[in-house]
Design a protein around this ligand. Structure first.
Ligand code: DGJ
Length: 731
């Protein structure tokens, strides 16, 4: 062969072979799932497959000829399709068409995830997009997010900027999602996804889990707890969001697009600035909705929640006991009460602060985070001492993003509130609550200082409850430039995260509870800074059974604060026994929300025993695997059941609730799930009303297979709201 010819051949091979290697499927796998994307230089990224793990990629049938499987569709050259991204370029052009430049894979040493990064650019404009997919092997979870940047002559306006686009193909889709409002958070809705567009979304501005949650599951066929193929997704963002489900008209494809809500949030991206979307987290299970939950829980504990693999303390919170009527005597009684019951922590809620304006109700004082000496003359340290003398820890409530117009802070800084300059702001709670403008770095410093001052002065504060009781009602920022007001919704939450990062850098150990008028802020965007979430201000055990059930679809039990309160609880006329209330609360992070000094002797004894019992099983409940069985939302069920098991399946706790008793109702055998069919379990009844007369199954040793296939028949007394808890220990 001639020298020149050889050189040309070599050159061709060098240029051509990498391309050949490039035109390939990227198989992004976890232990049990695979996501397959395909691309080559100069081409878009195609979405090929997501589901159970596939090792032999060649076997994947290429559906691209039938449907348009774009992994990240953009507005511009197929304007009728769903799009994840839409922009206005510096020159006014609206179009985008992305091509792959490079693909990289690497490990994120911080959290152990494996990242595949697709680097794309527009075919015409210097506009760049990066798609990230990070896998968590241990939990079968994938995180995806997107980055944009450009080198155009002036700003590019981002008009839609979704974190993720997931197409899927099945015959029958069912959506399960949570919706509600304060005191009835997290109702579970399940419905078929038919043709058209279904939206989950929120534009409250500060709290995004009231209308709907940014979490959902899509089942193929009617959703089942312990069987069936289910996709689960959740957007890790605390601000306004938009998740759409569009059923394709011709091929039955379902398109899911999830990201920040772009409404009134168009973003002016400067040349070279990088815009990063929130993370969308998804998983897939062939073991039904509970399977998806277990995967989310494992991932959240291992990677997304502070101290996620640790159990939480049993606490008493003062709110329902005394509300704003905080005083020395009342606090002392509660401290004594919870320590005598065997609790581990006391939390003083709202009502402890305000000097010039003491906090006696919701009308004043937010912003003035100084102790109200009138109410607590001995100071916070005396309360901490009193806790420590009794062997428990101390926690305190704050609402640092808010201010009342009747406060010293507002008198000094009226321009720190979220409002429009030419209108009077519409206040919230108490007719005077306003939101501080987190976009303003001075406000960020102030909010940081609220926590910093408290912890500097009282380093023995072990726990903080961080509340947020108002929306962004009068959107307008004195700090943001006039032509950047549309950045408010995004900047607010980015700034909040910045402050939380500063707090966590300095105080990584302090337990912080996430609260927003109950569970209004439950999302995986904020949980990396918090240990747990206040699930709802509704502590009525009957409704809590439902609320905690649906929250458990996405969040593990060590995040679900569940408190026993008085009966009937405020706002609900559903009296229930102390046992029922304890049994319901024990499916989450157990706490109390009442005045123990009002207990009778027998109630004290019961509560003490229950707390002791919980200590012995809380690792199974808070850190174990959940198997929801009979749903409290299902009107067909007379009972509601769930089981928590250790991953080794050597210990488990089974909960059975009978919310409404019906005379002569059939008492079916209640089947368990999640046990080892080949092991025998010794059964012990927990929290029996009369320890001398436990259920007849107490002490029996029964095979796991029997318990799952045949079930247990429990004896129920007459009357509403009964429950039984069984501990199972493998022999
Ligand atoms: C709303 C919270 O959800 C309650 O638990 C309580 O902390 C109040 N705020 C206090 O104002």
């Amino acid at each position: 062969m001639k020298k020149a010819h050889l050189l040309w051949t070599l050159l061709a091979v060098c240029l051509f072979v990498p391309n050949l290697l490039w035109a390939k499927n990227y198989v992004i796998s976890t232990a049990k799932t695979s996501l397959v994307l395909r691309t080559e230089p100069g081409k878009r990224v195609d979405f090929v497959y997501y589901g159970s793990r596939i090792d032999r990629v060649n076997d994947i049938y290429d559906t691209r000829s039938a449907v348009n499987w774009n992994a990240y569709p953009v507005f511009g050259t197929n304007c009728r399709a769903e799009h994840a991204l839409a922009v206005t370029h510096a020159n006014g052009d609206l179009s985008l068409e992305l091509e792959t430049v490079k693909v990289e894979s690497y490990k994120d040493e911080k959290d152990g995830g494996n990242v595949t990064e697709f680097q794309l650019r527009d075919k015409v404009f210097p506009f760049y997009v990066k798609l990230f997919y990070k896998t968590y092997e241990d939990s079968d979870v994938i995180k995806t997010w997107t980055e944009y940047s450009h080198k155009e002559k002036s700003d590019v306006v981002l008009r839609k900027f979704a974190s993720a686009y997931i197409p899927m193909l099945a015959n029958d889709y069912w959506l399960s999602y949570l919706a509600g409002q304060q005191n009835s958070e997290s109702d579970l809705y399940e419905e078929p996804i038919n043709r058209g567009r279904k939206m989950l979304g929120d534009h409250d501005g500060t709290r995004n889990a009231f209308k709907t949650h940014a979490s959902f599951m899509v089942s193929q066929g009617r959703p089942q707890e312990n069987s069936g193929n289910v996709f689960g997704g959740t957007l890790a963002w605390s601000g306004n969001y938009d998740i759409s489900f569009v059923r394709d008209y011709s091929h039955g494809r379902l398109e899911i697009t999830a990201g920040m809500n772009p409404e009134m949030s168009h973003y002016y991206l400067k040349p070279n600035e990088v815009f990063t979307t929130p993370e969308f987290i998804f998983t897939y299970s062939t073991e039904g909705k509970s399977g998806v939950s277990r995967q989310f829980h494992r991932w959240a504990r291992n990677h997304q929640i502070i101290d996620g693999t640790k159990t939480r303390d049993i606490l008493l919170n003062s709110w329902e006991g005394v509300r704003f009527k905080v005083n020395q005597e009342g606090m002392d009684k509660m401290i004594r009460g919870i320590s005598e019951l065997g609790g581990e922590l006391f939390v003083m809620d709202d009502g402890w602060f305000g000097d010039k304006y003491p906090r006696n109700d919701g009308t004043s004082s937010l912003g003035d985070w100084v102790l109200c000496r009138e109410k607590l003359p001995n100071g916070i340290d005396a309360l901490i001492n009193s806790c420590e003398e009794r062997g428990i820890k101390f926690g305190i409530w704050i609402e640092p993003e808010m201010v009342n117009s009747k406060s010293e802070l507002y008198e000094k800084h009226p321009d720190w509130v979220v409002r429009q300059p030419d209108r009077e702001p519409t206040p919230g709670r108490g007719g005077s609550q306003l939101l501080l403008d987190m976009c303003n770095p001075k406000v960020q410093d102030f909010v940081f200082k609220v926590v910093d001052d408290l912890l500097q002065k009282h380093p023995r504060i072990h726990y903080i409850k961080w509340d947020a009781n108002f929306s962004a009602n009068n959107v307008g920022s004195y700090y943001l430039p006039k032509d950047r007001q549309s950045h408010f919704y995004i900047e607010y939450h980015r700034s909040l995260q910045k402050v939380l990062e500063r707090i966590r850098a300095k105080y990584p150990k302090v337990i912080i509870q996430l609260c927003a008028s109950g569970g209004g802020r439950l999302n995986y965007g904020l949980l990396p800074y918090f240990h747990e979430n206040w699930t709802s201000d509704n502590t009525d055990a009957l409704q809590r059974l439902q609320i905690q059930w649906s929250v458990s679809m996405f969040y593990p039990s060590n995040v679900i604060a569940a408190h026993v309160s008085r009966s009937p609880s405020k706002g609900a006329n559903n009296p229930s026994s102390l046992k029922f209330r304890f049994d319901v609360a024990m499916t989450g992070r157990l706490g109390l929300e009442l005045r123990p000094e009002t207990f009778s002797e027998s109630e004290k004894l019961f509560a003490k025993r229950a707390i002791e019992t919980y200590k012995g099983i809380r690792d199974i409940i808070q850190l174990g695997d959940i198997y929801r069985i009979l749903s409290p939302f299902d009107k067909e069920n007379l009972y509601s059941t769930q089981l928590f098991a250790t991953p080794k399946k050597d210990r488990a706790v089974f909960f059975a609730f009978c919310p409404y008793y019906r005379r002569n109702q059939p008492t079916p055998a209640l089947k368990m799930a999640g046990l080892d069919p080949n092991r025998n379990y010794r059964i012990r009844e927990l929290n029996p009303l009369n320890p001398q007369k436990p259920a007849s199954i107490n002490g029996k040793v029964v095979s796991g297979r029997f318990l799952m296939e045949q079930g247990v028949v429990l004896q129920w007394e007459k009357g509403d709201r009964q429950s039984a808890v069984l501990e199972l220990t493998a022999e």
